[in-house]
Ligand binder design. Sequence first.
Ligand code: ATP
Ligand code: MG
Length: 321
Amino acid sequence: MDNKEDCIVVENLHKNYGGKANAINGVTFRVRYGEIFGFIGPNGAGKTTLIHILTTLIRPSSGVVTIFGKDIIKSRQDIRKRIGIVLQKPSFEPNLTVEKSLDLYGALCHVNKTTRRERINEILKQFDLQDIRHTKNEELSIGQRRRVQIAREFIHNKKLLFLDEPTVGLDPNARRILLDYIKKKVKEGLTVFFTTHIMEEAEYLCDRIAIIKKGTIFALDTVSEIKSRYGGTESIEVTFKDDVLPDMLDQFKLEIGSSQRILVSKPNVIKIYPVDSKDVLNGIIDTIYKNGIQIENIAISSSSLEEIFINITRKDRTDIV
Ligand SMILES: Nc1ncnc2c1ncn2[C@@H]1O[C@H](COP(=O)(O)OP(=O)(O)OP(=O)(O)O)[C@@H](O)[C@H]1O
Ligand SMILES: [Mg+2]
């Protein structure tokens, strides 16, 4: 079931913690080498459970997972040595300084002293930690601590990195630095498994994403493919040369159908939230043409990934799309 392209292969995975519902409920996917694969899903969807299974911290109830072509249960020790993990839970050595804790972590990962020194300097610079290199971890802010927790996973140069909501608590600058650093490392050969709630982040970073809810994958593809499959036209905004008059509005309503929501958002602008965007657009063009109305602009905006996520994962939705 493995081939040279797949770094992670997950087949029909289940995890039950003992309750009625499965935390992971029959999940199947593959992550290719050199890919940034994002898992996005609401609280309690099963993201951390999945990361804990893939990083061999907990055992699945059933299903098969192979990483680097090896079964995660049979080759647990070997896989553990070859992966980096940033867990959702904070983890730090309170009494050590930032620099000393990075050095200790590198030593535990069997990185030699010279390489450690080089990498620590690079990481301190990359993650903007130079000013706090001699500060004890317990004296750091939450965001600074998170940055150190992430930074240390770049000391050992492992080929696969798991990150569970790494950017929570990071300011926009620190977040962008991290995302760009991940991108750089992926170009150099790293594979990344990443979870987030932040849609722009998934869009900025990931080659493919899976949307998970209640332990089940609802959508899995590239962001642009998911957008074109599950998204649609959110609104059509028409800007007229002159103000919108009541009879003009009636003409539009008549032509495009009463089920479409139309708002006059500015004196010379109408905004339509279409049920069927193609019909609506044709209706708008016909009305403009028939009535000789002069327009300045028609702007069409599509659903963002966030809207698609909310739509797919909303509570009342039970169908698998
Ligand atoms: N140790 C545990 N024992 C029992 N149930 C658990 C345990 N850990 C998680 N769960 C349950 O499994 C489900 C998935 O939880 P999980 O932590 O994987 O979600 P998540 O997607 O990471 O959520 P969040 O976005 O809040 O981090 C939840 O219903 C949770 O209550
Ligand atoms: Mg979680």
